[in-house]
Design a protein around this ligand. Sequence first.
Ligand SMILES: Cc1cc2nc3c(=O)[nH]c(=O)nc-3n(C[C@H](O)[C@H](O)[C@H](O)COP(=O)(O)O)c2cc1C
Length: 168
Amino acid sequence: MKLAVIVDSKTGNTRQAADWIVQGMNQVEGMEAKAFTIPEVDEDFVKEARGIVIGSPSYAAQMTPDMHAWIMSAAGKLDFAGKLGGALATEQFTHGGGEAVIQSILIMEMFNGMLCYSGGKAWGMPVIHLGPVGVNDNVEKHNGMEHYKDNFIVFGERFAKKAAGIFR
Ligand SMILES: Cc1cc2nc3c(=O)[nH]c(=O)nc-3n(C[C@H](O)[C@H](O)[C@H](O)COP(=O)(O)O)c2cc1C
């Protein structure tokens, strides 16, 4: 089963998070997961994918304009409706708007008829409420993407297990 993680990423943090999610997805038997930045998207692969996780850096506590525009243009032609959907964000500050970014991505996914999933608290620790957020290490000394690696991997694994259960 194909799964896609699609992100906007200008300086690599969100791409790194996407690669970790893909790592977790591919731990689940039968999964073929791939990560793409917007310019790299393989449209045939995404059309066939049963699930898509979309990610963006926080720009002024919102998804990037490029990601917003991409979702608007791609959702119809890439058959988003009926696919499992998830969301991730990266940010520079602990309170930098990552959760708001995730909410707005999930809203656009639901608008397009996707089935949204985060795992929530159902799997226990680590509890991931709406989707994983990574805080990069540009400013705050106690943060850094590596601290969030396991959360992204486990999110990918949970997402893939749910996709396997729904679409088997
Ligand atoms: C125009 C712009 C606006 C940003 N706004 C925020 C913000 O509101 N909150 C925050 O925590 N980080 C903000 N950042 C930092 C990015 O969200 C952060 O560095 C992110 O990890 C970058 O992702 P990337 O490396 O995948 O491009 C902003 C960065 C840019 C360039």
